[in-house]
Design a protein around this ligand. Structure first.
Ligand SMILES: [Zn+2]
Ligand SMILES: [Zn+2]
Ligand SMILES: [Zn+2]
Ligand SMILES: [Zn+2]
Length: 468
């Protein structure tokens, strides 16, 4: 596929309102070979185009009553892939839909049996993917998982349709290490998709290019100076979020993709030490980096020794991490606003408990702030949202560079949180501007994100005018 350049004629309305992006461009785009919406998001995400709805569920397929679509057109377009899935969902309706992974394997298997092996933009086919079979067989957790998955698929697809065990293993192995997590504008996972062309790209924690999503479409975007304006299969992308420490990234890479990353960021001990840092008790913005090998914690600005010792600091980090996990579980499990309210109160309590100890550059604290912001937006918690709107900023700016989609999403979340305040606070407008500028770099003008931010800014401006 030819590289895509953004010209103002592509999208005149939006382009006329912005400086055209300097430095970043789309190099390739791809629709998924197969994709499924996460189980908890099925009512709110269109199973064909992955458009999202915030609160009003989309119309359900009238036969299976599980799969939802934003329009009749999307439903029609998905029918070839959904037809057998629909029959299976009806036949097994007493159990409810199986896991997204099982649904994805089923969709791929049905597609392959129709003779479609999906030639991607770079010539890659389903058969070219690696299945890591030996690694799966050696890994007891994955091997067990594979066995239970086979049972689920047997039930779901039915004895006539279910592929032979080797085929299930082949598809399973190929998708667990080649699948992309499809995200919405808040970088929340909304589903899983197999992009045969883009899965050729190897990983680096200092990637050449980013993959972003506009609905179900994946777009490969890179700074012009790195790509030299051309698509190449050797461009490196990131497989895991970069707002993580090296051990966290490496663990995920090892478990899911079976390799050890040795990039420069993985050798950067200072980044990881600051990511776990505690506050200096003398200078307001001073941080004391944390490492198991240290005897004492020392402020990197004033050299004062922290009264917090190394073990204590590590414990604090673990406690915040544990709370984040726990709250994530509550949020995932429940659709109940009462529970979200309670989760938000607890998250704020945890923040208040640790913010005097852990530093503003501490990554776990930044994640906690992110969680508080997302919850505030969901349940429209005006005061909390306004209070936390810019609290994670220092950490995000420190660990992520411009053009990184994670950074854009954080900026936008800050702006949205800040805009909750009543009467509207003009500060939110500055944050929206910052988010829009970041989005033009990271996502470009072809995605729905820049249009979405424009709309949010427009609505906020109206509120500001009315408030005067
Ligand atoms: Zn749709
Ligand atoms: Zn259906
Ligand atoms: Zn790395
Ligand atoms: Zn200090």
């Amino acid at each position: 596929m030819d590289s895509l350049t953004e010209t103002s004629s592509d999208c005149p309305d939006i382009a006329s309102q912005h400086q055209l992006p300097r430095g970043y461009m789309d190099l390739a785009e791809e629709l998924p070979f197969a994709a499924v919406v996460s189980s908890d998001r099925l009512p709110f995400v269109c199973s064909f185009c992955f458009e999202t709805s915030d609160d009003k569920p989309f119309n359900r397929c009238s036969r299976c009553k599980h799969i939802c679509y934003c329009t009749r057109n999307c439903q029609k377009s998905d029918w070839e892939d959904h037809k057998l899935e629909c029959q299976s969902l009806v036949r097994t309706k007493h159990r409810g839909p199986p896991t997204p992974l099982a649904r994805l394997i089923a969709r791929i298997s049905w597609k392959l049996s129709r003779g479609d092996e999906g030639v991607a933009f770079n010539g890659r086919r389903f058969n070219d993917l690696m299945n890591h079979r030996e690694n799966i067989e050696k890994d007891p957790v994955k091997a067990d998982f594979y066995v239970s998955l086979s049972h689920v698929l047997f039930e779901f697809m039915g004895p006539e349709c279910v592929p032979r065990p080797q085929e299930i293993m082949d598809i399973f192995g190929k998708i667990i290490s080649n699948c992309f997590c499809i995200t919405d504008w808040q970088m929340n996972s909304i589903g899983e998709g197999l992009y045969i062309g883009l899965s050729v790209h190897d990983h680096s924690c200092t990637p050449d290019a980013n993959v972003i999503f506009s609905g179900s479409k994946a777009i490969l975007r890179a700074p012009q100076h790195i790509s030299g304006l051309k698509y190449s299969p050797s461009l490196l992308i990131r497989y895991v979020p970069l707002m993580q420490t090296t051990p966290e990234r490496r663990k995920q890479l090892k478990e899911q993709y079976y390799f050890e990353c040795t990039c420069d960021l993985c050798k950067d001990k200072d980044r990881d030490r600051v990511a776990r840092s505690v506050r200096c008790n003398r200078c307001p913005s001073g941080v004391c980096p944390v490492d198991e090998s240290f005897v004492q914690l020392i402020c990197s600005s004033c050299s004062q020794i922290s009264p917090i010792d190394v073990d204590e600091a590590i414990q604090y980090n673990l406690q915040v991490a544990w709370q984040i996990e726990r709250l994530n579980d509550i949020i995932k499990r429940n659709d109940d606003k009462e529970d979200w309210n309670q989760a938000l109160n607890e998250a704020v309590k945890v923040y208040d408990m640790f913010c005097t100890k852990l530093s503003p550059l501490n990554m776990k604290m930044a994640h906690l702030v992110d969680q508080i912001q997302k919850l505030s937006v969901r349940i429209n918690a005006v005061c909390v949202g306004a209070r936390f709107s810019t609290l994670g900023m220092a950490a995000y700016n420190r660990y992520l560079s411009k053009g990184n989609p994670e950074l854009t999403c954080h900026y936008l979340l800050s702006a949205v949180c800040s805009s909750l305040a009543e009467p509207p606070d003009p500060k939110a407008m500055e944050l929206f501007n910052q988010a829009q500028e970041a989005a033009v770099s990271s996502h470009g003008l072809r995605t729905s994100l820049t249009a979405e931010i424009d709309l949010m800014m427009h609505q906020f401006k109206n509120r500001l005018v009315k408030a005067v």
